[in-house]
Design a protein around this ligand. Structure first.
Ligand SMILES: Nc1c(NC[C@H](O)[C@H](O)[C@H](O)CO)[nH]c(=O)[nH]c1=O
Ligand SMILES: CC(=O)[C@@H](O)COP(=O)(O)O
Length: 137
């Protein structure tokens, strides 16, 4: 059994709760345990995973970035993904469930466990990468 850290950027409570429910259900269905930490926004997620890298077997990044009026969306969406990808290339097992959407309706559909279930999908990706790490690491 692995211990998986969920790092959630809690920017939109109702959307985060849906992503978390999906991720936790997927981890539990796979027979693993989990803990959750909360960071202010998606930009803090890669740093938090880096700080916890030695303490957990795999990581699930959750959050929601919704486009606003300025270039800030590109920074938050792109740089959070870039940071997570850099950690992945360092060999950490991470599933990226940070939604980057045009509006709340798109985010809701993707966050709901009974619809696109992107939280559960990210958890399954983290577990798949952990399996590869065990095989090749
Ligand atoms: N606009 C969104 C943010 N912005 C906040 C940043 O992620 C960061 O916390 C801040 O710049 C301080 O470093 N974060 C989200 O998760 N979602 C957004 O829509
Ligand atoms: C991530 C965003 O684009 C958003 O939350 C920020 O909105 P704005 O660009 O209107 O300041």
């Amino acid at each position: 059994m692995a211990t998986i850290l969920i790092v959630e950027a809690r920017f939109y409570d109702h959307l985060n709760d849906l992503l978390l429910a999906g991720a936790r259900a997927a981890i539990e269905a796979a027979g693993h345990s989990h803990e959750t930490i909360t960071v202010p926004g998606a930009l803090e997620v890669p740093g938090a995973i880096a700080l916890a890298a030695e303490s957990f077997d795999a990581f699930v990044a959750l959050g929601v970035v919704i486009r606003g009026e300025t270039y800030h969306f590109e920074i938050v969406a792109g740089e959070s993904a870039r940071g997570i990808m850099a950690l992945t290339m360092d060999g950490l097992a991470i599933g990226n469930g940070i939604l980057t959407t045009e509006n709340e309706a798109q985010a809701l559909t993707r966050a709901r466990p009974d619809e696109k279930d992107k939280g559960g999908e990210a958890a399954k990706a983290a577990i798949a990468m952990l399996d590869l790490q065990t095989r090749f690491g």
